[in-house]
Design a protein around this ligand. Structure first.
Ligand code: TYM
Length: 334
């Protein structure tokens, strides 16, 4: 039923509105890789509460995200698509791994530094140990490969360090995971400040293309995208705005940056921005339509949620039991 011998794990937070950065940097690659691996794609709702959430909103965003995975092309029978909170082994393994992670390692995490600056009134312990839960997500499934955008590489490096440290003490318990970062689009930048990452929490509406944006909104935002005065569509460090637009266009059309440069040689930025907007809108429209259909079919979605959580749990429990035994917890009498 599942696709390959090697395991793949990845996840997204159901916090805020997803952007085309999430799609290009992660989701799109998941779809491509899913034929080759046995895959788990989790809606990591436990990670979301490190920042205060409205409970009803979190629940509905989580459901929308799970349907988005399917709408983007991930088959829920060939892949395991589930909520992290439905498999309690994530939190249990995270506790154990906390005891094998150093404060100094967590203090170095740039995401922790950024988020604690942004939420200075709520620097909770969960925000600090967040990367340990992420390590547990990955290590629980003996994951070989983790497709992510480049902003998650530091967390992945920590997951590898924890796995190696644990294995050094107890033998080969965990597979040491490798990151997978796409060739184009590992970091999509803001449309308003191309030196900054496109983010779901940007205060400027025009900075991000949300996966829920309709065609007119997408076209308008690209039209307003910040560029430069060079008047040349060139993939160059010196033109970060245009470079970002080329990256986005390449990612959604499958053309290489060189092909894009050729296609728009001698043409104006207005024309180029319109083409990028149309290509993005054409990519999003069928996904949005499918997602709406899925959300309308409660029984189908509930069925997927239930069976997939059971499939994930079945795999997770094997690793968890092994780890519990290794660290010395008493065995359960049969
Ligand atoms: P999250 O929810 O912030 O982002 C989900 C994925 O989208 C990628 N991404 C981007 N890629 C390119 N350009 C951008 N502007 C951009 N913004 C986001 C992220 O790199 C990520 O791959 N901690 C993780 C979620 C997580 C996870 C895991 C991931 C929890 N457990 C285990 C992999 C494996 C996070 O907050 O991603």
């Amino acid at each position: 039923m599942l696709n390959g011998e090697k395991m793949l794990f990845s996840g997204m937070q159901a916090t805020g509105r997803l952007t085309i950065g999430n799609y290009i940097g992660a989701l799109r690659n998941w779809v491509t890789l899913s034929d080759e691996y046995t895959c788990l794609f989790s809606v990591v709702d436990e990670h979301s509460i490190t920042v205060r959430q409205d409970p009803a909103e979190l629940r509905s965003r989580a459901r929308a995200l799970l349907s988005l995975y399917i709408a983007a092309g991930l088959d829920p029978e060939k892949n395991i698509i589930y909520y992290q909170s439905h498999v309690s082994a994530h939190a249990e393994l995270a506790w154990i791994l906390n005891c094998y992670t150093y404060m100094g390692e967590l203090q170095r995490m740039t995401q922790f530094k950024d988020k604690s600056a942004k939420h200075a009134d709520n620097i909770n312990a969960g925000l600090f140990t967040y990367p340990v839960l992420m390590a547990a997500d990955i290590l629980l499934y003996q994951t070989d490969v983790v497709p992510v955008g480049s902003d998650q590489l530091q967390h992945l490096e920590l997951a590898r360090d924890i796995a190696i440290r644990f294995n050094n003490v107890y033998g080969d318990v965990f597979t040491v995971p490798e990151p997978y970062v796409g060739k184009v689009g590992a970091k999509i930048q803001s449309l308003q400040d191309p030196l900054k990452k496109m983010s779901k929490s940007d205060e400027n509406e025009n900075a991000s293309i949300y996966l829920t944006d309709d065609r007119d909104t997408v076209l308008r935002k690209f039209k307003r995208a910040v560029t430069d005065n060079e008047a040349c569509v060139r993939y160059s460090e010196a033109q970060p705005g245009i470079r970002n637009l080329i990256t986005i266009y390449s990612a959604v059309t499958g053309k290489t940056p060189e092909e894009v440069e050729k296609e728009f040689a001698g043409r104006g930025y207005g024309e180029f921005k319109l083409a990028v907007g149309e290509a993005v809108a054409d990519t999003l429209a069928p996904i949005q339509k499918k997602q709406a259909e899925l959300l309308a079919d409660k029984a189908y979605l509930d069925g997927i949620i239930k069976t997939n959580a059971e499939r994930a749990e079945h795999l997770a429990i094997k690793t968890l039991r092994k780890v519990q035994k290794k660290v010395g917890f008493p065995e359960r009498p049969r």
